[in-house]
Every structure is written in structure tokens, then in C-alpha cells.
Design a protein around this ligand. Structure first.
Ligand code: KIV
Ligand code: ZN
Length: 390
């Protein structure tokens, strides 16, 4: 028996092309999906959830073609708890060197009421559908949707059924972003302790960000023994989105001292894929978004800029190069100080003596009061105006 919780490797399962694309307005074209899948594969994502094959002909074709082109990643498709969904999913993912079927059903009282199944009937449905999926594919993931609002005893019961029926990964979704970090950890720990056979499968965490806790909840689940994190680029996803891949990966890298787990992601590819997903989905990244926001490595205030020019560690906990940026940016604005102005002027070829700097700084501040950001061209103009003999 393998105790997966003792391993330090965390699998990254990206669902940008499935849960991410479900965000209203984020629909991507076939070509865009293939491009994003290629970038995910290249950056070292372990499992790509490429779509929901029964949802539409377009989704089926996209999953099939992503499967055909896959190199290193496992290619996964989503299926409800029905034989027709599972068969369609297998038809699409079968082209991959490493296919996975992901089947799910809502197990909380609210979700059980929708197909109008009682607890026993739902348990039977799970047994039948996971067995069916496993007869088609060696790699089967099962999810009890809305797990965090499902009664603990029932959750244990259905997880055990899914494991016995052949599921190799058990994913625990916080479908509505309701859980908190302590609870997220306790739930994974409880399942690992109580469910027979739990140590033979990988436990996975799938969090939504309705209360802004998706990343914290995912990391807490990892600490408790989950070894797969489900996430999306830029946190794209329904409502407030899913756990952001770049946040989890960089948190595990930067705080490896307290979270000693590793992923296989090439972090230098983060910025490029973040920009491509923003462009193709039409969902711009907020300026102050962790890791990939425009301002994540930018410093405008004089004190911060002065610190950064002396030692980058004063105000940066990760190197911009580690996420694929050329470097830190020190935009000049009304909060900037002399040190940053002198450095920027030096970059532009103006080596300023102290008295010149004093004079230019006064004029720079006047300009900065009028403009949000002072650009290189503004500075050159400022220098030229200073040279005017009139
Ligand atoms: O949030 C959710 O519950 C899901 C499932 C389909 C895994 O996306
Ligand atoms: Zn989801």
C-alpha cells in the first residue's frame, strides 16, 4: 500500500479549459483551446482537464484534439454520473497517451434533491458509474460535488464506494467557495483517517474563490494530505473563480520552508500563459493580482524604490524572473523619489550631477502631480526643456 500523503510531490490539475471556460463570457475558440493546452503541457501541468465532451460537439472535438496532441500531461474529460456521459468522455480522451475520466455527482442535501435520489439510490448510482468508467479507463477521478456541504458520514460512505469501484483519484470540491482553511484541512484529514482504502488513492482539492479563500483552502488541504490541486490560470472560473495555479505554485516555491511540497511546473512560463489566457478569454487580470498582476513587481513610492535599488529583497519575496518577467519595474509617479529618478535618467543616458538632479527633480514632481505616470518620453522632454537657452 502506498501512503500518498507521505510523498512531497503535489500534482497540478489545470481546469482552465473546463471550469475556467465555464465563466460567463470566457468562451475560447477551438484554436485558442489547443494553444492553451499546448502551453499547459509545456509548463509541466500534470493533468489538463480539457473540457466536458458531452456538453457540445465543439467541446468533444476540442478534448479529442487536445488528447491527440498531448505530450506529457494526462488529458482528462468531465462526465456526469451517467453511462452516456462517461462513454462520450472516453471517446474523446482515448486519443491521449494518458487519458483520464473525471466523473462527478452532487452529494450534499441540496444537490441530492436535484436528481431526486435518496442516499441509497445515489450510492448505487456512484457504484455503477465509477465501475463503468473504470472498465473503460485505468485512470478514473471521482468528485462528490459540494463535498464541503455534504454530511461527513455520507461523504465517507460514498468516497469508500468510489474507491472500491476503482476510482484512482478522489477530488473534494468546495463547489461554492464556502469552506475556510482550517475546515478544508480537517475534511481531508478526516477522510484519510476514516475511509478504508484512502491511502491507496490520491486525494485532490478543488476550491472556488467566493470568499477569497481558494488558494488558502487548497494549501491547507495539501498540508493535510491532498496531493493534487485543481486550479486555473489567473484563477479564471465561474463567479469569483477557481484557485489560481500561479498562486499555489509560487506559494509552494517561495514558502517551501513551511510547506515542503514540490510541483513540476516551470514557473518561468507563468507570465506568458497568464497573458495568453487573459487575451483569449477576454478576462483582464486585475492590476494588483498576486503573482501575475501588472503591479505585482512594480514599485512607485520613493521609499520602496530606494530600497529596491539597494537590495531587491527589501520589497520583493520572489524574483520577477522566476515567473517569466524581465525584471522589476519602478514606474515614476508623484510618490517616487530622487534615487529612482537618477537611476531612470541613467538608463536613458543622462548622467546627472547632484545640482542637475535637484533641478530636474523639482520639474519632475510638478509633472508627476499632473500625470498618473511619468514615461520615458516625458523625462527626455523634461531634459530637453531644461537645455532650452531662452
Ligand atoms: O466545483 C465543482 O464542484 C466542480 C466539479 C465538477 C468538480 O467543478
Ligand atoms: Zn468547480
Amino acid at each position: 500500500m502506498t501512503d500518498t500523503t507521505k510523498q512531497d510531490r503535489v500534482l497540478i490539475f489545470d481546469t482552465t479549459l473546463r471550469d475556467g471556460e465555464q465563466s460567463p463570457g470566457a468562451t475560447m475558440t477551438h484554436a485558442e483551446k489547443l494553444e492553451i493546452a499546448g502551453l499547459l503541457d509545456e509548463m509541466g501541468v500534470d493533468i489538463i482537464e480539457a473540457g466536458f465532451p458531452i456538453a457540445s460537439e465543439g467541446d468533444f472535438k476540442a478534448v479529442s484534439e487536445i488528447a491527440m496532441n498531448s505530450k506529457n500531461s494526462v488529458i482528462c474529460g468531465l462526465a456526469r454520473a451517467s453511462f452516456a456521459d462517461i462513454d462520450r468522455c472516453m471517446e474523446a480522451v482515448k486519443h491521449a497517451a494518458q487519458p483520464r475520466i473525471h466523473t462527478f455527482i452532487g452529494t450534499s442535501p441540496l444537490h441530492r434533491a436535484i436528481p431526486n435520489l435518496n442516499m441509497d439510490e445515489m450510492a448505487e448510482r456512484i457504484h455503477e458509474t465509477v465501475t463503468h468508467a473504470r472498465n473503460l479507463c485505468d485512470n478514473v477521478q471521482w468528485s462528490p460535488m459540494d463535498a464541503t456541504r455534504t454530511e461527513e458520514d455520507y461523504l465517507c460512505r460514498v468516497v469508500e464506494i468510489a474507491i472500491k469501484a476503482g476510482a484512482t483519484t478522489i477530488n473534494i470540491p468546495d463547489t461554492v467557495g464556502y469552506t475556510a482553511p482550517r475546515e478544508s484541512a480537517a475534511l481531508i484529514r478526516m477522510l484519510l483517517n476514516r475511509v478504508p482504502g484512502a491511502d491507496e488513492v490520491i486525494f485532490s482539492t478543488h476550491c472556488h474563490n467566493d470568499l477569497g479563500m481558494a488558494t488558502a483552502n487548497s494549501l491547507a488541504a495539501v498540508d493535510a494530505g491532498a496531493r493534487q490541486v485543481e486550479c486555473t490560470i489567473n484563477g479564471l472560473g465561474e463567479r469569483a473563480g477557481n484557485t489560481a495555479l500561479e498562486e499555489v505554485v509560487m506559494a509552494l516555491k517561495v514558502r517551501n520552508d513551511i510547506m515542503p511540497y514540490r510541483t513540476d511546473i516551470d514557473t518561468t512560463k507563468i507570465m506568458n500563459i497568464s497573458r495568453r489566457v487573459a487575451t483569449v478569454s477576454g478576462f483582464a487580470v486585475q492590476f494588483n493580482k498576486a503573482v501575475v498582476g501588472k503591479n505585482a513587481f512594480a514599485h512607485e513610492s520613493g521609499i520602496h524604490q530606494d530600497g529596491m535599488l539597494k537590495n531587491a529583497e527589501t520589497f520583493e519575496i520572489m524574483r520577477p524572473q522566476d515567473v517569466g518577467l524581465a525584471g522589476t519595474s519602478l514606474p515614476l509617479g508623484k510618490h517616487s523619489g530622487r534615487a529612482a529618478l537618477r537611476a531612470k535618467m541613467g538608463d536613458l543616458g543622462f548622467d546627472l550631477a547632484d545640482n542637475q538632479l535637484k533641478d530636474v527633480f523639482v520639474r519632475f514632481k510638478e509633472l508627476a502631480d499632473r500625470k498618473k505616470e511619468v514615461y520615458d518620453d516625458d523625462l527626455v522632454a523634461l531634459m530637453r526643456a531644461g537645455d532650452d537657452p531662452e
